[in-house]
Design a protein around this ligand. Sequence first.
Ligand code: ZN
Length: 251
Amino acid sequence: MFIDTHSHIDLLENISKIISNANKENVKIIIAGIDVKSNRKILEIKKENLQVEICLGIYPTEALKLSEKEINSEIEFIKKNKDKIVAIGEVGLDLKENLKETLEKQKENLSKFVKLAKELNKPIIIHSRKAESECIEFLESLNYNQIVMHCFSGNFKLVKKIIENNWMMTIPTSVKNSQHFQKVIEITPIENLLCETDSPYLHPDKKFPNEPANVIESYKKISEIKNIPIKKVEKILENNYANFFKWWFYH
Ligand SMILES: [Zn+2]
């Protein structure tokens, strides 16, 4: 089984076709929520497609638009749905879309979600765009280890830190044409890797939209760079997923 550990297929039209394309390629889909609306939509998708896994969370830029009360009430909502989710996410810090002045507020929001992940004993999927070192430092200070750094674009010194911390990194399908992610594969032990599409974004051939069936492109690159047959990569990553997401617990 191939696993797309991070997608936003709720943003796509024709979701049932997207899911059947993935099924045909033996790809398991995980969808990550980004705001109040998408959290509800992906719960609906999960209801109709039990083989799909979901995470609930609030993207850092969206969290900045909410009051503290609204964030707390969404956290309560996630707690109520804890048995339906495999992780908390997508949450994190973002200094590309947001000004540096918002960093403290973003950290405050992120710490609420880390606290939630701790309480539920689930992994947390972290977005860290243009705030990579701030994000790692802050997460280290919160003392939680079930961390997945999604589409991590920080420098290789930071990648080493992630490896030292024994966190996971997800290789996006854009690796096909990205020297940065190819190098991440090279320097990271396979035990710390998972794959993702971030559908509809990060298409392997820079098209739009991307979809989970394409996650195989990430597997191909890992196979090529690490010189391990793709069947074996598939097995190892399935094992990584089972260990990290406590998959057996839900099936
Ligand atoms: Zn995402």
